[in-house]
Design a protein around this ligand. Sequence first.
Ligand code: PRT
Ligand code: MG
Length: 217
Amino acid sequence: MTQQLTLALSKGRIFEETLPLLKAAGIEVTEDPETSRKLILPTNDPAVRVIIVRASDVPTYVQYGAADFGVAGKDVLLEHGGEGLYQPIDLNIAKCRLSVAVQDGFDYASAVRQGARLRVVTKYVKTAREHFASKGVHVDLIKLYGSMELGPLVGLSDAIVDLVSTGGTLRANKLVEVEHIMEISSRLVVNQAALKLKRERLQPILEAFEKASQANA
Ligand code: PRT
Ligand code: MG
């Protein structure tokens, strides 16, 4: 019997940028998640299906084996913690950076030097806490689920910790990057049990992904 494989992806950039990797593995998704309302998408391989979930939920589906493998940003994986996940490949897709930003004119360096307690809004509470602790910066972290850029503009916070790619969103809201926390890209994550039980089926796909993703490095 052929082993069924379920791949968890999020809509948008991760889906778009994973398509060429799938293609390199001979897999083509036969429906478009932007127009289809289906959450389970078929592929040209009857033994492979794609489930569409929120970006931050990908590690959870894979951890519990509801998906055998998935693609998730390093930002998401750090917040999740990686429990139950094998992370063999950096796919070099959906690249961006995690940064601290403040309103243009706010003297972040001097506030830090003076030991001020800063309010910071972020979706990445765990990673932000570790970053500021390692630098000895005192912060009160406020968890938000989106539009972090608004925080400093309406007096909710002094700073934000968010992902930046072109910098356009920061510029449009008169924010400036003051600290670069880390480079972010998306990783392939595999359920640890599936890796053993479905290795025969997974291995060629992992190899094709690895080879194709080197082109993005
Ligand atoms: O959008 P949704 O709330 O459904 O979920 P999500 O934001 O978690 O998903 P999605 O698809 O937007 O992001 C999935 C993954 O893409 C993230 O986990 C990152 O690893 C990666 N990625 C790469 C990015 C960006 N680039 C990015 N620029 N994720 C988000 N952004 C946002 C950023 O948060 C900011 O609001 O884009 C804005 C900044 O972009 P620039 O180009 O204006 O700098
Ligand atoms: Mg988004």
